[in-house]
Ligand binder design. Structure first.
Ligand SMILES: *Cc1c(COP(=O)(O)O)cnc(C)c1O
Length: 400
């Protein structure tokens, strides 16, 4: 992540990848333009399609994740929507858990539904329910490896086996524990989606999203991808890059790529530190008064502890939730904090707190929130780079 060479040399031998703040690229001849526009050379033509700074960021991700293709987009939601639109058309369906990030849930439930793509929500902690929901028009099983904010951990090997049996790809949002900590391809994930706004950015300076393709799925069984690509395993990436990506127009900007390249260089260090603090804090929050429960899959006794440990090791990310007796108690605690910041976003260098039910899920009906297991009593904490003692002291003073 530090020493990846540039795809093409820099004219000035810049050590840090320059920000190529340009829309277009000049050609020597009409013939060279034709070659580039028809995709027969890798020359850049227009920055909605490729850009040297963004391409370098994509290359580093590809090497770090051990993937075949990477596309960087301008938000996590752009990555999720572009990926699903690449493999699903009208009449197709997606099988998913309702335990999802709020915008992703509405994307599936409403936006894609209005385009004729149905989502079949089922309980993915039971692989039999997933199996029963799949039919000949299912084009993907989609899930979050650790759901935000329910912190439910999917059994990836069991679900990947269901996908193999049904000949559909496993597409996973791995934002909560990204590479290089979690190797998605070891668990049968074919397409990995990441909001790089979160850990990779670190300083929370810009939005970004990644589509990471391991080229492990044979797309000949997919009706809209069967005729794409030089090989059946490249079909998804070929349609994404030649059609969906350029037409939806959500490519990452070079400024953001530059900031996220910098974030990537310290990703592993920050992750280890923030996740270790999260575990420490989760343990200690359990003994504070007024906190009725703490939910972190790395906590011994958590219902997902064993499966989380097998998949993510001892530190499953830096997000935890805890419950208090009522929404009023939650608001009171949040209002009295002095160090932890009241903001949405995850894995900023600063710790951030939010009451999901009244904010991210604020426009949902109580019935929808119940079906997604989003409760009024729950607070979500994203743990930053501060000391455990300072964070604990802030929460303790707010409670007292
Ligand atoms: C934040 C988040 C997203 C959306 O990412 P943006 O970069 O905000 O568009 C998707 N999934 C999960 C799990 C997230 O935490």
């Amino acid at each position: 992540m530090l020493h990846s060479p540039y795809p093409k040399g820099d004219a000035h031998h810049a050590l840090a990848m320059p920000v190529y703040q340009t829309v277009a690229y000049e050609f020597d001849t009409a013939e060279a333009m034709e070659e580039a526009f028809c995709g027969r050379t890798s020359d850049h033509a227009y920055s909605r399609i490729t850009n040297p700074t963004v391409e370098y960021f994509e290359q580093r991700i590809r090497q770090a994740a051990g993937a075949t293709h990477v596309t960087a987009l301008n938000s996590g939601m752009a990555a999720i929507s572009s990926a699903l639109i690449t493999c699903a058309g009208a009449g197709a369906n997606i099988v998913a858990s309702p335990h999802l990030f709020g915008n992703t849930y509405v994307l599936l439930k409403t936006t894609l539904a209005n385009l004729g793509i149905e989502t079949r929500f089922c309980n993915l902690s039971d692989p039999d329910q997933a199996r029963a929901a799949i039919d000949s028009r299912t084009c993907a099983l989609f899930l979050e490896t650790i759901s935000n904010p329910q912190m439910e951990v999917a059994d990836l090997r069991a679900l990947s086996a269901v996908c193999r049996e049904a000949n559909i790809p496993l597409i996973a949002d791995t934002t909560i524990v990204p590479f290089p900590i979690f190797r998605a391809s070891d668990f049968g994930i074919d397409i990995e989606l990441v909001s790089s706004t979160k850990y990779i950015s670190g300083g929370a300076t810009g939005l970004g999203g990644l589509i990471i393709d391991y080229a492990t799925f044979d797309w000949r069984s997919n009706p809209i991808l069967k005729n794409w690509g030089d090989t059946p395993r490249d079909a998804f990436n070929t349609r994404l890059r030649r059609e969906v990506h350029r037409n939806l127009g959500a490519y990452m900007t070079p400024q953001t790529a530059s900031a996220q390249i910098l974030g990537l260089e310290t990703l592993n260090l920050r992750f280890q530190r923030q996740a270790a603090t999260a575990l420490d804090l989760a343990r200690q929050l359990q003994s504070l008064p007024r906190i009725t429960s703490v939910n972190y899959p790395g906590l011994e006794g958590n219902p997902c502890y064993d499966i989380s440990r097998a998949q993510f090791g001892p530190l499953p990310g830096a997000m935890l939730t805890f419950d208090m007796s009522s929404r009023t108690e939650c608001f009171n605690l949040i209002n009295r904090l002095k160090l932890i910041r009241r903001a949405t976003n995850l894995f900023d260098n600063r710790s951030l707190i939010i009451h999901p039910a009244s904010t991210i899920y604020g426009s949902f009906t109580e019935e929808m929130r119940r079906s997604m297991d989003v409760r009024q009593e729950t607070i979500r904490l994203s743990v930053g780079l501060e000391n455990t003692a300072d964070l604990l002291a802030d929460i303790s003073q707010a409670i007292s």
